[in-house]
Design a protein around this ligand. Structure first.
Ligand code: FMN
Length: 193
């Protein structure tokens, strides 16, 4: 069982990325963390070449590798800091670009004309966002909706108010991250049986 953690903050001392890592560690499975700050992901141009090209995006950047990782993952943890009361532009850019894999011919039909399939359907997901105190509702809703559109199974939503603190000094935040990881582990064990 392989857990893929998407660490959406570009900061090296990121609380969001730290929470994603703690969830992944607590799930007791193989995991890989992808730091979006170390990737190059261009914005989706909306050309929809992917729809005509078996789900292959014409943009040559880090998404090429990430498409394969998303499809291969058994579970996904998606983390974004809250910027302007929503996910960051970098995370939205990643979310937008994942449309390409809808046209790979994998997964259940979307049910709508021309919108391909849902290759991540059924995969458990944990969403993480951190804020200074305002606007996590919308950010976590963006992440939840992403799981819903992909027909993934929401295991936990973690909107955390961290202010200027470090979550290493916030036992409640750590406890919620670890509980989410344990819940993910339980779900993955069920899937394995
Ligand atoms: C451009 C920008 C916009 C932000 N917007 C908000 C916001 O709307 N509400 C809020 O509570 N915090 C906001 N913050 C603070 C971050 O959400 C907060 O510091 C977050 O925990 C950083 O995550 P990280 O440690 O993972 O990088 C903003 C920070 C930046 C740089």
């Amino acid at each position: 069982m392989k857990v893929l953690g998407i660490c959406g903050s570009y900061r090296s001392e990121s609380n969001t990325n730290n929470i994603v890592k703690r969830v992944a560690e607590s799930a007791n499975s193989d995991f890989e963390l992808v730091y979006l700050g170390k990737t190059k992901i261009k914005p989706c141009t909306g050309c929809l070449s992917c729809a005509m090209n078996e789900g292959n995006c014409i943009l040559d950047d880090s998404m090429r590798e990430l498409y394969e990782k998303l499809i291969a993952a058994d579970a996904i943890i998606l983390g974004s800091p809250t910027f302007r009361e929503d996910v960051t532009g970098a995370v939205k850019c990643f979310i937008d670009r994942t449309i390409a894999i809808y046209y790979r011919g994998i997964g259940p039909d979307s049910g709508e004309p021309y919108t391909g399939k849902r290759p991540l359907a059924g995969k458990p997901g944990v969403a993480v966002t951190t804020t200074a105190g305002v606007g996590s509702d919308r950010a976590v809703e963006t992440l939840r909706l992403y799981f819903e559109i992909n027909r993934m199974k929401v295991i936990a939503l973690l909107p955390e108010v961290v202010g200027i603190n470090n979550i290493d000094d916030m036992p409640d935040v750590i406890a919620r991250a670890e509980a989410a990881g344990k819940k993910l582990e339980k779900e993955l064990t069920k899937t394995k049986l």
